[in-house]
Design a protein around this ligand. Structure first.
Ligand code: ADP
Length: 437
């Protein structure tokens, strides 16, 4: 068994979901400084309501932590119009002025890092240490681009004609639609928005439906930093309203660019929508990262790297290792040491508990997908060496599967869960015995 809080599933559930609701509420209530817990959309420098609201759940407990304005196409259009109107003024700010505002925003993020981290933990499930890490990472983009804002240089290029001079002048493209995932609910926004604002673009952010609170807290701090109205807009919406909001953000002629991080399937949909008006696009889509261990490797270091790259954010990052390819000479040793490291280091629980290293998966759909991959692998002959079970809600036991083969779903699809997969590499035969954990 893993070194979870307690050694059985039942006890684990008691710890995560203590019996009486009142006690559960006391133990895991979201307690952040009032202005940072925003639940309305942020458009043209104002907080706006929508016709309905949608719930934001703590994935560890299933408890509702907030009800957020469920913005629709009308609010999305309002945001695009506001961003378009604001663009003219924002692009005319000097680089220094934009730089100072971004720096102020960075300073405010740093000042409020504890509260921002709590929001991430409660809406996304991450352990607090990882949430604090994300806030620092997220803020660093604003810091970086506040400095880069001053360095948007042009260039002079030699001309093939004697009577011509060629200048390269970099200019902001205009309104950017920013569509972000739930696994880094803060950093995926600032990474895109920092660059856009530094260049003089304005943005409309549509955060993931599971994690709108971090985006709205960023809007509150942007407001406090003095980012002008209309430059940074946020339109949260439920899963149901996402396609309609997405359509506005990807087809409106006033939008010049789309920046998206998420699944390949959704990225393809957005690209199709963007094609009609030939928008510029930046797509960061899924991953299927292999982790390769050769016989010559230092096995202890390889295990350390495997633990960090597989189990960060409970396996829910696009750079988490998805397949472990281990050469036959170190296969058994690597497997055994990795299993022991999993037993010793992984502790499941609510992210606000100081000893938690593994939070829940983002929602029950995510857990169902992982369960499906494990069942498929087992039905095709994989062995479960550790874990393998879904616990309460969207908690998954960290899992190690052996004897995995390439006809199994887990070797072909991104997992986004705490499951590691192993194959043995025979030196001259690319044939695998696999463990996924
Ligand atoms: P996941 O399945 O892991 O949630 P997605 O790629 O579907 O990954 O989600 C990433 C982001 O893309 C989220 O903000 C989500 O709301 C958004 N999204 C999903 N479908 C659409 C769509 N049709 N139009 C615009 N955004 C979308």
């Amino acid at each position: 068994m893993f070194a979870v809080f307690v050694p059985t599933t039942r006890c684990f559930l008691r710890r995560v979901l203590p019996g009486p609701p009142a006690a559960m509420h006391r133990l895991y209530s979201l307690d952040v400084t009032a202005p940072l817990l925003r639940t309305q959309g942020y458009v043209d420098g104002r907080w706006i309501s929508a016709a309905s609201v949608f719930p934001v759940l703590d994935p560890a407990t299933g408890q509702e932590i907030a009800r957020v304005a469920d913005c629709g196409p009308a609010e999305a259009k309002q945001a695009v119009d506001a961003a378009y109107t604001a663009f003219d003024g924002w692009r005319r700010h000097t680089a220094k002025e934009r730089s100072l505002l971004l720096r102020k925003w960075f300073d405010l993020m740093t000042l409020h890092k504890q509260d921002l981290a709590k929001l991430i933990t409660f809406e996304c499930g991450k352990p607090m240490a990882e949430s604090l890490g994300e806030v620092a990472y997220s803020a660093s983009f604003l810091e970086w681009f506040s400095e880069e804002a001053r360095r948007v240089y042009g260039d002079i290029v030699s001309s093939p004609a004697k009577d011509r001079k060629l200048f390269l002048l970099k200019q902001p493209v205009g309104v950017c639609s920013i569509i972000t995932p739930w696994n880094f609910p803060s950093a995926m926004i600032t990474r895109k928005v920092g660059a856009a604002l530094a260049a003089g673009c304005t943005v409309v952010v549509k955060p993931a439906e599971d994690t709108p609170l971090s985006a709205l807290a960023l809007a509150e701090l942007a407001d406090q930093a003095g980012i002008p109205a209309g430059v940074f807009n946020v339109v949260p919406c439920s899963r149901g309203r996402t396609p309609a909001v997405g359509e506005v953000l990807c087809t409106d002629p006033l939008v010049a660019k789309i920046s998206f991080t998420g699944s390949t399937a959704t990225g393809k949909r957005l690209l199709k929508m963007a094609a009609d008006t030939v928008k510029k696009t930046s797509m960061e889509l899924g991953g299927h990262a292999p982790f390769i261990v050769f016989d010559s490797a230092d096995v202890d270091r390889a295990v350390g790297g495997a633990m960090a790259s597989k189990f960060r954010n409970s396996g829910q990052t696009c750079v988490c290792s998805n397949r472990f390819l281990v050469q036959s000479g170190v296969y058994d040793r690597f497997l055994e040491k990795l299993g022991r490291a999993m037993d010793a280091e992984l502790r499941l629980g609510h992210g606000s508990e100081p000893d938690t290293t593994q939070g829940p998966l983002i929602n029950t759909r995510a857990a169902e997908k992982v369960v499906q991959q494990i069942s498929d692998a087992v039905s095709l002959g994989a062995k479960v060496l550790r874990g393998g079970k879904r616990l309460d809600g969207s908690f998954m036991e960290p899992t190690l599967l052996a004897d995995v083969t390439t006809d199994m779903l887990c070797t072909r699809e991104e997992t986004f869960g705490p499951v590691a997969l192993y194959k043995t590499i025979f030196s001259d035969l690319w044939c695998w015995t696999v463990t996924r954990g």
